[in-house]
Design a protein around this ligand. Sequence first.
Ligand code: SF4
Ligand code: SF4
Ligand code: SF4
Length: 426
Amino acid sequence: MVLNIDTGVWKIDSGYRELAKMAETENTGIRIGSNGPIYDQLMEDKLISQVSDEAKLEEFNLLILETSEKCNLRCRYCFESATNCGENMSCETAVKAFEKFISLEKCSTSVCVEFNGGEALLNYNMISKAVPQILHIAEKAGKKVGFTVQTNGTLLTAEMIAFFKAYKFSVGLSLDGVGEFNDNRIYADGRSTFDEVVNNIQLLKESGIRYSTISVIHRKGQFKSVKDLLAFTGCNQFRANLISAIGRGKEVLADTISMEEIAKEYVAFCKQMLQDRQYYEANAMYYFLSLLLFHPFMCYKEPCGAGMNQLFVVPNGNIYLCQESCFIDKGCIGNVNMQNIDIEKNIQEDAWFQTMRNRQTTLVEECRNCPWKKFCCSCPCRVYSETGGVSEKSMLCEFYKHVYSEFIWMIHNDTEAVMNFLQSSF
Ligand code: SF4
Ligand code: SF4
Ligand code: SF4
């Protein structure tokens, strides 16, 4: 295997053609950048078309609405430090945010609206009122819109599930594992949330709705527990997110194992996942696609998609470049209630937007000679919250190094299993 660390080009034996075809399917939302390691060959083979140009990578396609700042839980690692204080978003603000979003010059024809929090379902009434209005506005504007809701999974009711099913939502619930591994996800009185969330997963499963789980990885041995959880609940789509040093996460992170140890467990888990073919971890798909097709998704490219692919709106109508930038109180580029606001101009003139765009791994001292610098996906907000600046390497460095060095060999040694995994993930 040969890897050019300055271009990210590396040689792969076989299999890339099928992978490229899959990555271009319409419903994945993944497109190929024009500087990928295999781009020229794919063009020559006529396996990719003009759809895969850079302009498409810069379209807005995700609007995240912070539906409620409040939460009924007190997770020990909560990066929002959520409590029962805070505001709910009004239906009027949600609808205005959507109108402004689809009026952006660079808005895609197909967009996703995500309701999250705090705990989004504390403000379910707003969701149920806003969604039909948003659909009506989208139809008039000739836009396709899909919906997703992220919830801690404790407040779901049969009525909500019926509504989400009717409007084709995808539902994401949070659960970290079984037993002690879920101990950080607690109510204000310290009780575990496990039983309620598992019961609600069963209701979702019976309804036939599209759902997945998110696990925050913070402890040694957790991937085994996540696997047990998937078997126990029958859920087969999930995402493993590494704990972040934002908000209450700072204290819990200090007690965790090293990123290299977590990476080793993650890689072992992924190798088993390729063999078992029964469950799918979403970030693995992006690590594979980053190696194969170069930065296919907003958090896996440089500069990232904050203020280019997504916007985040909080209950009072303030607009941020990304949810992560809101938690470090940067990148507020206006309010949806402002008359004649020029969002795209404000983004370009925003100091934090420019800082994020200028953060490149090739300019970071410790990254300059790293073999993985063309693939490494360090979130600038996360780096800022960890180091107080953006010119340092990420605290996840050891994780990325191990994951990319192993994933590249997984592609090389077991192309068919990787192809099967990617096909099933889409
Ligand atoms: S459910 Fe989410 S928002 Fe609520 S306390 Fe836990 S991590 Fe924070
Ligand atoms: S700021 Fe971080 S979370 Fe937001 S789009 Fe960029 S990489 Fe992703
Ligand atoms: S953060 Fe680490 S893995 Fe990423 S480019 Fe820098 S040195 Fe390499």
